[in-house]
Structure formats: structure tokens, C-alpha cells
Write a protein that binds this ligand. Structure first.
Ligand SMILES: [Zn+2]
Length: 237
């Protein structure tokens, strides 16, 4: 009987490990959530990149306009004060034109200063987002790598456990196996407990001395009086 109970305990260990492995396997993070977050982060980066490009293009355009305005002003200045024109009306018109060009130049310079600020801020945001995308990508590849590796390890272990279970099952009497399955169903998947330090390892209730005496030379299944689990002695395992 003792040998049968030891085998039953080993079966319990196998089943518990199988259960733990299956739970771990189903709870493994395959990176799906992180991948979704990464996509969203990449979209934000693209959006910021587009804004930066638009601001840079606008800045370039304003700088060209400023250059053109300055050139135009210089031309008008040379015409006005170069001594080539003497008609007062024409001179007056040129002076008004120079004033208008000055106002346009001031406005363009203001716009350029604001755009330079915008470009700086956007560039900073793009750099930050780029770093964040890189970090998330690297984290995602770690998560995926761990997932693949752990899946392979657990699948291999589960295969081994299934084989072990079938080998153990073949050595255990069918009546005892039925008893085991029944007890397991009613005791949170744990049918076998260890009598250690005079207590049941599953429910921690003290095991009566008479039961411990019976367990020394078991002729039948000895159960914990409290949780009804099958008891084995710690020195057997
Ligand atoms: Zn118990």
C-alpha cells in the first residue's frame, strides 16, 4: 500500500505542476497590448514629424520672402537715393513703397522668430517621441522573445508531465485512481497531503496519533480527518 500511496503522491505532484504550467502558459504576455501601444506611439511620432516638416517648410518660405523683400527694399532705396530720379511724385511713391517693404520685413521677421521657436519645440517633441518608440520597440522584442522561449519550455515540460502521468497512472490501482480523482475534484485539485510534524500539509490540522500509527504500516488509505485528503508520510518522499 505504501508504494501505491507514494505513486499517488507523485501523481499529485505531476498534476499540480501541469496545472501550474498550463496557468502560466495561458497567462503569458505575447506582447499584443504593448504592440498596440507602440503602434499608437508611432502614429503620434508621424503626426509630430509632419507638423515639424510643415513648420520647417513655412520657415524656409518666410526666409525666402524676407530675402526677396530685403532685395526689393535695397533696389527701391538705391533708386530713391541714388540721384537718378528727380520727380518728387515718383520719389514720394518710392518712399512709401520702402515704408511698406519695411513693414512687411518687420512682420516677416516676427513670423520667423515664432516659427524658429515652433521648430525648436517640435524638434524636441519629435526627439522625445522617437526615443520612446525605440524604447518600446526594444521592450516589445524582449517580451516577444521571453514569450517564445517560455512557451517552448512550458510545452516541453507539459509533454514530459503528460508522459509521466500516464506512466504513474499505469502503476496505480484503478480504484485508488478513481478515489484520487474524486477527492481532487472536491479539494481544490489537491487529493494527497503530507503528514508532517503531526499535521496535514494541506489544511494544517493536527493528525491524530492513531492515524499516524496506521500510516507507519498502511494497509488502506488513511485520510486527514479534517479535509479528507489522502495522507502520506513525509519520510516516504
Ligand atoms: Zn487536511
Amino acid at each position: 500500500m505504501k508504494q501505491q500511496l507514494v505513486l499517488l503522491y507523485q501523481l499529485q505532484q505531476t498534476d499540480s505542476q501541469t496545472e501550474a504550467d498550463e496557468a502560466e502558459l495561458s497567462g503569458l504576455d505575447n506582447g499584443e497590448t504593448l504592440a498596440g501601444e507602440l503602434e499608437a506611439e508611432k502614429a503620434k511620432l508621424t503626426e509630430l514629424d509632419d507638423k515639424l516638416s510643415a513648420a520647417q517648410a513655412e520657415l524656409y518660405d518666410k526666409q525666402l520672402q524676407l530675402q526677396g523683400t530685403e532685395d526689393d527694399r535695397q533696389t527701391k532705396w538705391d533708386q530713391t537715393y541714388g540721384g537718378m530720379i528727380s520727380d518728387p511724385k515718383e520719389l514720394s511713391a518710392l518712399e512709401r513703397k520702402i515704408q511698406e517693404l519695411d513693414r512687411r520685413k518687420d512682420k516677416l521677421e516676427e513670423d520667423i522668430i515664432m516659427l524658429l521657436d515652433d521648430v525648436d519645440i517640435l524638434q524636441e517633441q519629435v526627439d522625445e517621441k522617437q526615443t520612446s518608440v525605440e524604447e518600446m520597440s526594444s521592450r516589445l522584442s524582449e517580451v516577444r522573445q521571453h514569450f517564445e522561449q517560455r512557451c517552448a519550455e512550458l510545452s516541453e515540460e507539459l509533454e514530459y508531465l503528460a508522459q509521466q502521468r500516464s506512466e504513474l497512472g499505469a502503476q496505480i490501482k484503478s480504484s485508488l485512481l478513481d478515489d484520487y480523482e474524486h477527492t481532487r475534484q472536491h479539494n481544490a485539485n489537491i487529493a494527497v497531503a503530507i503528514a508532517k510534524d503531526r499535521a496535514c500539509s494541506a489544511c494544517h490540522t493536527a493528525v491524530a496519533s492513531s492515524l499516524l500509527g496506521e500510516l507507519q504500516q498502511p494497509t488502506t488509505v488513511v485520510r486527514c480527518e479534517s479535509c479528507r485528503r489522502v495522507l502520506v508520510l513525509d519520510k516516504w518522499i
